[in-house]
Design a protein. Structure first.
Length: 361
């Protein structure tokens, strides 16, 4: 649909400049004719001749357009286009002058020479050259503008194609990174269910129900790169509920999402790796209860998502977990120079603060 609209717009664009351009030329030409014949000596015959001449130039430019469209290729140089434009303008001026001659003779305007019968008369060739040059200039200018516009159009088209290719590549990369995160989450969830399967079957069954809702979420949003924050939070709530059943009193969590942030769209599976990381490493710490607080709020034009957990950041001086690493890659792809990610330790708490700049409302 966008391509059709673009083609329609280009057609309308051409006809606007075609008609307005020739009208401007016609006004200038009429003023020049009035000055040569005297400001008060214009009559209806001269006006008819002027109007028919203007239509002739207009028609010749359309013929040139058909010719240029058939021979135009992007691999020709500006010199080639200039040469073609000049040659076609000269030939077109001869045709234009011929029509003018027929018109003026038919209106009995008494012109000094006729290109059909005055070849041998003195001064004819000077008259012919001067008049052809006069008519060659507007046709050459029209041709030059036409080819210039075509070149500009092709450059813009190539730029749009390149930008579209980059966008598609970026979306493909985001999807790839997202699919790398999903299996990681699935594996951890299944491990949680397996731990309870032979110890507490009803509880394992309850967890399976919650897990099935997560799968439903995954299938529902399988083709979406961005989702509303509230959907992402709902998925996180189910994950934390599963882990809460598994670890009982060892895990405590609190979620606080302000109303004005619920509908904001973010990358799907953006928060999950941080929550998962908090549980994975937080439980390795010798603490009675692992506490996790998840908050979201707006500050000016920034969406702020904070994930805090008791304990400390575990760094094995090796490659970060696949989840966190992929989140960083996805953030760099989706929000270049429009996000801030801070991970810090403060008084036996690990604090992750993600800030995403929002478009102006």
């Amino acid at each position: 649909m966008n391509i059709l609209n673009s083609i329609s717009w280009r057609k309308n664009d051409f006809w606007f400049f075609q008609i307005s351009g020739w009208l401007v030329y016609g006004v200038i030409d009429l003023y020049a004719e009035s000055q040569m014949t005297g400001p008060y000596e214009m009559n209806y015959k001269l006006l008819i001749a002027w109007f028919l001449s203007l239509l002739t130039g207009f028609a010749i430019s359309l013929l040139l357009r058909i010719l240029y469209k058939s021979i135009y290729t992007t691999n020709r140089s500006i010199v080639t286009f200039s040469s073609i434009s000049f040659f076609c303008a000269v030939v077109g001026s001869l045709l234009w002058l011929s029509v003018k001659d027929i018109t003026e003779n038919g209106l009995q305007l008494g012109m000094p020479y006729s290109i059909w019968s005055a070849w041998a008369e003195p001064g004819f060739f000077d008259y012919l050259i001067v008049n052809m040059m006069t008519l060659t200039i507007p046709l050459f200018a029209w041709s030059f503008i036409y080819f210039g516009y075509k070149l500009k159009e092709n450059i813009s088209s190539e730029k749009e194609k390149n930008e579209e290719s980059l966008l598609l590549a970026k979306e493909a990369q985001l999807q790839m990174l997202r699919y790398q995160i999903n299996p990681h989450f699935l594996f951890n969830s299944l491990s949680s269910i397996q731990a309870l399967m032979y110890k507490d079957t009803p509880l394992a069954d309850e967890i399976l129900g919650e897990f099935s809702e997560f799968l439903r979420y995954t299938l529902k949003n399988k083709d979406k790169i961005y989702v509303p924050l509230e959907e992402e939070i709902d998925m996180i709530s189910r994950y934390l509920y599963i882990e809460k059943i598994r670890f009982q009193e060892k895990l405590s969590y609190d979620i606080d999402v302000t109303t004005d942030t619920r509908k904001i769209k973010i990358l799907s599976f953006l928060i999950q790796p941080f929550v998962e990381n908090a549980i994975k490493y937080g439980l390795k710490e010798k603490q009675d209860v692992l506490k996790i607080n998840l908050r979201s709020y707006k500050k000016n034009n920034w969406l702020i998502i904070a994930i805090d957990n008791s304990g400390k950041w575990i760094n094995n001086n090796t490659k970060q977990g696949i989840g966190i690493e992929n989140v960083m890659n996805r953030l760099n792809n989706a929000y270049p120079d429009k996000h801030i990610l801070d991970i810090a330790e403060d008084n036996k708490w690990v604090k992750v603060k993600l800030q995403i700049h929002l478009p102006n409302e």
